[in-house]
Write a protein that binds this ligand. Structure first.
Ligand SMILES: NC(=O)c1ccc[n+]([C@@H]2O[C@H](COP(=O)([O-])OP(=O)(O)OC[C@H]3O[C@@H](n4cnc5c(N)ncnc54)[C@H](OP(=O)(O)O)[C@@H]3O)[C@@H](O)[C@H]2O)c1
Length: 291
């Protein structure tokens, strides 16, 4: 297949090799062109604009940071929308707001192009190993067309119907849960720490019994040991995502009091200089409060 891939950050740069190894022709674009060098050595072709990466593509992926970046690479004369052929499919894997996803679905349909929202769960190491989880939504024929490509980059795809907004909401709700658990673990560990209880033993107890899940095990270990680097999921990105959750909730008139609390906690962490630490640094606030 002819593939365009836009956004070669931690995630995009890890995903593209899996498409190249399978023999696909991949044209790549990144705002900072130098980040494409390693992929060009592996056979990717670097283009001068996002539109050029999209022009001959059957499928064009975007894996850029946020709403502003996705708007920038999609709209305008050099963007995906103006250059992707009729019948071409745009697969958006970024974590972005529901209003933008809705707009992309409408505008691609008007241009007789397909649009699939396919946000992912999994860190860059999982992306490199082709082991992401994908929440996908879009027209059934578009989902069928991209399924072989999803097979190369993920361990499992969960389909959420034909409205791309559904996949965006799934991703935001999932990240809301991740940030909530981080705050919850931080508060519980601060209590145990001040009470003189062995936090590692507590974590082993909980994750062997009632909370036997990856998120509790992985984040719990980092929080018990107050380890916030290397950064897997930066606190600033967590703050961005909670903002997107609140915007989605406002749009649907759904009160989310916990999201409001998390937004305040993340704002404080960022104000205290912790924005570029891992999200687990949220737990430092609880430890400080307990002093
Ligand atoms: N990292 C994770 O663990 C993870 C997991 C699941 C989902 N996600 C989501 O996946 C997306 C990408 O994450 P990442 O970790 O790859 O982020 P990243 O390493 O910060 O990379 C961000 C990418 O977006 C590009 N970009 C930023 N602003 C831009 C703009 N205004 N115009 C054009 N391009 C722009 C960057 O280009 P430059 O190289 O020029 O800066 C880079 O290619 C985000 O939506 C994130 O929330 C991340």
């Amino acid at each position: 297949m002819n593939i365009g891939f836009i956004g070669l950050g931690s995630m995009g740069a890890a995903i593209v090799p899996n498409l190249l190894i399978a023999g696909h022709a991949v044209k790549v674009w990144n705002r900072t062109a130098s980040k494409a060098e390693a992929l060009v050595e592996k056979g990717a072709i670097l283009t001068a604009t996002p539109g050029e990466a999209a022009r001959d593509a059957d499928v064009v992926f975007t894996m850029v940071a946020d709403d502003k970046a996705l708007e920038g690479v999609t709209f305008g004369g050099d963007g995906i929308l103006a250059n992707l052929k009729k019948g071409g499919i745009h697969v958006s894997m970024s974590t972005v707001g529901v209003a933008l996803v809705e707009r992309l679905g409408i505008q691609h349909a008007a241009a007789h192009q397909g649009f699939v929202a396919a946000p992912v769960f999994g860190r860059p190491a999982a992306a490199a190993a082709g082991q992401l989880f994908i929440a996908a939504a879009g027209a059934p024929e578009a989902l069928d067309a991209v399924a072989p490509l999803f097979g190369l980059i993920s361990q499992k795809v969960f389909a959420f119907g034909d409205n791309p907004v559904s996949a965006a909401l799934v991703k935001l709700a999932g990240n809301f849960m991740i940030v909530s658990v981080t705050e919850q673990l931080g508060e519980a560990m601060a209590l145990l720490g001040k009470g003189g209880v062995d936090k590692a033993a507590f974590l082993d107890f909980m994750t062997s019994t009632l909370f036997n899940s990856l998120i509790y095990k992985n984040y719990g270990a980092l929080i018990a040991s107050q380890t916030f680097e290397p950064v897997g999921f930066a606190a600033v990105l967590g703050a961005k995502d909670v903002g997107l959750v609140k915007a989605a909730a406002d749009g649907l008139n759904v009160p989310l009091p916990l999201a409001d609390l998390l937004s305040d906690r993340l704002a404080r962490l960022v104000a205290e200089g912790g924005g570029n630490l891992d999200l687990t640094a949220l737990s430092k606030l609880s430890v400080d409060d307990a002093k």
